[in-house]
Write a protein that binds this ligand. Structure first.
Ligand SMILES: [Zn+2]
Length: 220
């Protein structure tokens, strides 16, 4: 994928600050050829302070760029949430993104590589509380460190960290059963992983009250 498309996608997915995008835009007259006159004119005459319209513009540009895609990598934020099931994004992502290294003692974690574009991703599969894949884009040095030296970036190094990302980027599932296995195992695993974690901290991570977390910790 060429540098122009990569930059346009970084803007669409929100990884490139708007001011940087504007500066880049005015320095690239050759964009008109790539985007067509109408879309190009819209981009250069747009009021980038208008947050509501900015959302519409990003969607429009994303739809235009999508026709040239071979995989979903470039559409995903550098730290991305991919819901399990839902709108089928997970199927489209994992049609080309495949695991190439897993760790037995961190069952949620894997290194993945896209067979279409070669992008490496560190993926945390969180199917207990958030029902999401959390994906961190890796550069070549980081991927090599994992493959050659088994040294992983620490974003998903513990289950607590994975849930912290979940809390930031997603919404915890609601459970009909107060003592559902997923809740009990997670609360108790968090305590095992870090014995001084408080019930309140656990409650925040899994989206329940502090009293509820106490009951999960006491469950047999
Ligand atoms: Zn890809």
């Amino acid at each position: 994928m060429d540098d122009i498309s990569i930059t346009l996608w970084r803007f669409v997915r929100g990884d490139l600050p708007v001011a940087d995008f504007e500066a880049w835009l005015y320095g690239h007259q050759d964009l008109e050829q790539e985007l067509g006159e109408g879309l190009y004119m819209e981009l250069i005459s747009f009021n980038y302070q208008d947050q509501g319209e900015l959302f519409v513009l990003r969607r429009k540009l994303g739809a235009f760029l999508r026709s040239a895609l071979k995989c979903e990598c470039v559409t995903l934020a550098d730290m991305a949430t991919v819901p399990m099931g839902c709108d089928g994004l997970d199927k489209r992502v994992f049609a080309t993104v495949r695991p190439c290294k897993i760790l037995e003692h961190r069952w949620w974690l894997s290194l993945n590589r896209c067979t279409a574009c070669g992008q490496h991703w560190m993926v945390a599969q969180e199917e207990r509380i958030y029902d999401d894949y959390f994906m961190r884009r890796l550069n070549d040095v980081e991927a090599r460190e994992i493959l050659n030296s088994n040294r992983w970036p620490d974003d998903f190094s513990t289950y607590e960290r994975v849930l912290r990302v979940g809390r930031q980027l997603s919404t915890a599932c609601r459970f009909f059963d107060d003592l559902a296995g997923s809740l009990v195992w997670t609360a108790q695993d968090l305590r095992k992983e870090r014995p001084d974690i408080t019930a309140q901290e656990i409650a925040d991570l899994i989206g329940v009250s502090s009293d509820h977390a106490d009951r999960l910790l006491a469950a047999q």
